[in-house]
Design a protein around this ligand. Structure first.
Ligand code: T3D
Length: 295
C-alpha cells in the first residue's frame, strides 16, 4: 500500500470518540454502573474489571457477554480512564463458554456457534483491540478455551504462579476462537501453538512466561498488587502514544516493512502533536518528572 493510502487511513481516531466522551463525562459515572456477572472499580485512572461468576470459573453466559460489551463501551468513552486491568474472581480467570448453556441433547437442532462467535466473542476481541488505552490482564487461575485467548488478547499478561492456560477447544470438538489462531502462533510460534491447540494440554504460568506467551509469572499472593501497581504506572503515562504504539504493533503482523515504515511515520506525526510529547520533552530538558495527561 502506498504511503498516500496510509495517510488517508491513519487518523488520531478522536473525532467520534471525543464527542461521546463529552457526553459520558457530563454525569454518567462508571463507578455507578452495577453488574451481575462483573465487578468494576475505577480508581487513579485505572478501571479494575473482574469477571465474577466464580462458581462457574467465570465462564461466559449471555449476560456476562452483554455486561462486558456495555462496560467496555463505557470505559472506551471515558477519557479519565487510562488503563484497564482485567482479572477474575475466585480460583479461575475464565473457563471460556459456559457449556451448560448449550443444548446438545440427541435429536435437538445443532446450536449455531458461528452466530455466538459473531455476536459475542468477535466483538469482544475487537473491543479489546480498539480500546484507547493499554490493557493488563491479571490471570489469577485457570484460563481455558476463550478465557485463555481473551487473556492473550490483552497487552500485558501477568499470571499467578498457580495459573495455567488451556486451549480446551479440541476436547469438545471445537476450533480455537477469540482470535487464538491469530494470537497464539505469533506469541509462541506455530509448532507450539499447533501442539497446544491439538493436544489441549495445560501450560503452566511459568512455562508461559518462559515461552514468551505472557509477560510475567508472579507469586499468587502478589498478583493483584503487582498488576495494580503496573496499571497505575501505565495510567500516568502518555496514553495516546500507547494507543499509536498498539496500532503499529497490530498492523505489523500483516504489513510489509515498507508499509510499516509508512505507518510509523504517520503515527509518529500524530504522537508529535500530542500535549504529552511536549510535556515529555520539556520535562527532560528541565530535568524534572513529566506529568502526562494522556492528551
Ligand atoms: O459455544 C460457543 O459459543 C462457541 C464458543 C466457544 C468458546 C469456548 O470457550 S469453547 C471452550 C469451553 N470451555 C471448556 O471447554 C473448558 C471446560 N472446563 C474445564 O475443562 C475445566 O473446568 C477446567 C480445566 C477449566 C478447570 O478444571 P478444574 O478441575 O480446576 O475445575 P472443574 O471442577 O472442572 O470446574 C469447577 C466448576 O466449574 C465445575 O462445576 P461444579 O461441578 O463444581 O458444579 C464445572 O462444571 C464448572 N465449569 C468449569 N468450566 C465450565 C464450567 N461450567 C460451565 N462451563 C464451563 N466452561
Amino acid at each position: 500500500m502506498s504511503s498516500k493510502a496510509f495517510d488517508n487511513k491513519v487518523s488520531d481516531g478522536t473525532s467520534e470518540k471525543e464527542h461521546s466522551k463529552a457526553s459520558l463525562n457530563q454525569g454518567n459515572s462508571l463507578n455507578e454502573m452495577s453488574f451481575t456477572t462483573l465487578e468494576l472499580k475505577v480508581e487513579d485512572g485505572v478501571a479494575l474489571l473482574a469477571l465474577n461468576r466464580p462458581d462457574r470459573l467465570n465462564s461466559f453466559n449471555t449476560e456476562m457477554h452483554a455486561e462486558l460489551r456495555q462496560v467496555l463501551k463505557a470505559i472506551s468513552k471515558d477519557n479519565n480512564i487510562r488503563c484497564l486491568l482485567l482479572t477474575g474472581r475466585g480460583r479461575g480467570f475464565c473457563a471460556g463458554q459456559d457449556l451448560s448453556d448449550r443444548n446438545v441433547a440427541p435429536g435437538t437442532e445443532a446450536p449455531d456457534l458461528g452466530e455466538s462467535i459473531e455476536r459475542n466473542y468477535n466483538p469482544l476481541i475487537r473491543a479489546l483491540r480498539d480500546l484507547p488505552m493499554p490493557i493488563i490482564c491479571a490471570v489469577n487461575g485457570v484460563a481455558a478455551g476463550a478465557g485463555a485467548n481473551i487473556a492473550l488478547a490483552c497487552d500485558i499478561v501477568v499470571a499467578a504462579r498457580s495459573a495455567n492456560f488451556i486451549q480446551a477447544f479440541s476436547k469438545i470438538g471445537l476450533i480455537p476462537d477469540s482470535g487464538g489462531t491469530w494470537t497464539l502462533p505469533r506469541l509462541v510460534g506455530s509448532s507450539r501453538a499447533k501442539a497446544l491447540m491439538l493436544l489441549g494440554e495445560k501450560v503452566s504460568a511459568e512455562q508461559a512466561q518462559d515461552w514468551g506467551m505472557i509477560w510475567q509469572c508472579v507469586d499468587d499472593e502478589s498478583l493483584q498488587d503487582q498488576a495494580l501497581a503496573m496499571a497505575r504506572q501505565l495510567a500516568q503515562q502518555p496514553t495516546k502514544g500507547f494507543v499509536y504504539t498498539r496500532r503499529a504493533l497490530h498492523a505489523s503482523s500483516t504489513n510489509t516493512l515498507d508499509q510499516q515504515l509508512d505507518l510509523e511515520r504517520d503515527l509518529q506525526r500524530l504522537a508529535g502533536r500530542t500535549d504529552d510529547y511536549r510535556e515529555g520533552v520539556a520535562a527532560f530538558m528541565e530535568k524534572r518528572t513529566p506529568h502526562f495527561k494522556g492528551q
